[in-house]
Design a protein around this ligand. Structure first.
Ligand code: PEP
Ligand code: MN
Length: 337
């Protein structure tokens, strides 16, 4: 981090700032010109509050050289991380596809969709049991019963399961039964939940918040990693923009940016990004072409009557077709599905 003092700043002010930083364990490299002085702060500056350093009236500007995240930072971990989700490696050469309904609705529904997506070549099964709905009157999920049904679907197909956690009091149950714990977009900055998830080892699928910058998203991954859980997978799921045609706007550039900033795998959710089933296929292909390590796609056997997100759900046969077509795109970018 670099602090530039204003022209003519008294030496005592500079000394005061230096003293405070030295007390915190930093080393200071000073460059004193005829008009201005610059302080280079050496140490782990991720703990420093940049705005606090700007409070001194004699400070012209403060700049970070190193990003405020350390554990998630590609600079300190040049190799891409591969996260093992119950034997399925996410982040390696193979693009892993997570598929299933938005919500678990019944035994028949989840088993049937699980068998269909498995036959089509999906690697993991998704299904919401605890649902974050905008309206309190909308279907809220089958909750614990939904987790039981996911377990049955896993037993029937052998597919590891992915489902969303909404509160820390359910962590023990999730650790027991869930292979990849999803943190939804609305909870990306639920810091107390992130801290608790940092204490376990189960992999976490961290969705990007509706209006979160890429750095804020990576900082949320840092929260989980700072607690000791380094099994974090990032998920781009579309962000809020001025556009209303689609539910959200898929930020393809976030795949490239997140992979440059961080060593963590990046999975893309074209279903929630578009909100329209017919856009899922081209967006999934675009995501793979842009370097995504995986996809999470909503599939429903009866989308017209789905209790949640039917409009963005693929029918099983369309999903099977997409899986075939994804292979070609993956091969072009030197990967496989
Ligand atoms: C979901 O995956 O069903 C979901 C609610 O996603 P998001 O948090 O991205 O809206
Ligand atoms: Mn959904």
């Amino acid at each position: 981090m670099i602090i530039v003092m204003k022209p003519g700043a008294p030496v005592e002010e500079r000394e005061k700032i230096k003293e405070g930083l030295i007390k915190q364990g930093f080393q200071i490299n000073e460059i004193v010109g005829t008009q201005m002085a610059v302080l280079g702060i050496i140490g782990d500056t991720s703990v420093l509050d940049i705005n606090l350093l700007r409070v001194n009236d004699w400070v012209e500007k403060v700049m970070r050289v190193q990003e405020p995240f350390k554990r998630a930072n590609r600079a300190f971990h040049p190799d891409a991380s591969v996260i093992n989700v119950a034997g399925v490696p996410i982040g390696g050469d193979k693009i892993q596809v997570i598929a299933g309904p938005c919500s678990v609705e019944s035994r028949e529904q989840i088993i049937s969709v699980a068998q269909d997506v498995k036959a089509a070549g999906a690697h993991l099964l998704r299904g919401g049991a605890f649902k974050p709905r905008t309206s309190p009157y909308a279907f809220q999920g089958l909750k614990e019963e939904g987790l039981d049904l996911l377990k049955e679907a896993k037993a029937a197909t052998g597919m590891p399961i992915v489902t969303e956690i909404m509160s820390a009091d359910k962590i023990d149950r999730f650790v027991e039964d869930v292979d990849l714990i999803q943190v939804g977009a609305r909870n990306m900055q639920n810091f107390e939940l992130l801290k608790e998830l940092g204490k376990i080892n189960t992999p976490i699928l961290l969705k990007r918040g509706l209006s979160a910058t890429i750095e804020e998203w990576v900082m949320s991954a840092e929260y989980i990693m700072a607690g000791g859980n380094s099994n974090v997978i990032l998920c781009e799921r579309g962000i809020r923009t001025f556009e209303t045609y689609t539910r959200n706007t898929l930020d393809l550039s976030a795949i490239c940016a997140a992979k440059k900033m961080s060593h963590l795998p990046v999975v893309v959710d074209p279903s929630h990004a578009a909100g329209l089933w017919w856009m899922v296929e081209p967006l999934a292909k675009a995501a793979v072409a842009a370097g995504a390590d995986g996809l999470i796609i909503e599939v429903h056997n009866d989308p017209e009557n789905a209790l949640c997100d039917g409009a963005q759900s693929l029918k099983p046969d369309r999903f099977a077709q997409l899986m075939k077509e994804l292979k070609g795109i993956a091969n072009i970018v030197g990967r496989d599905v």
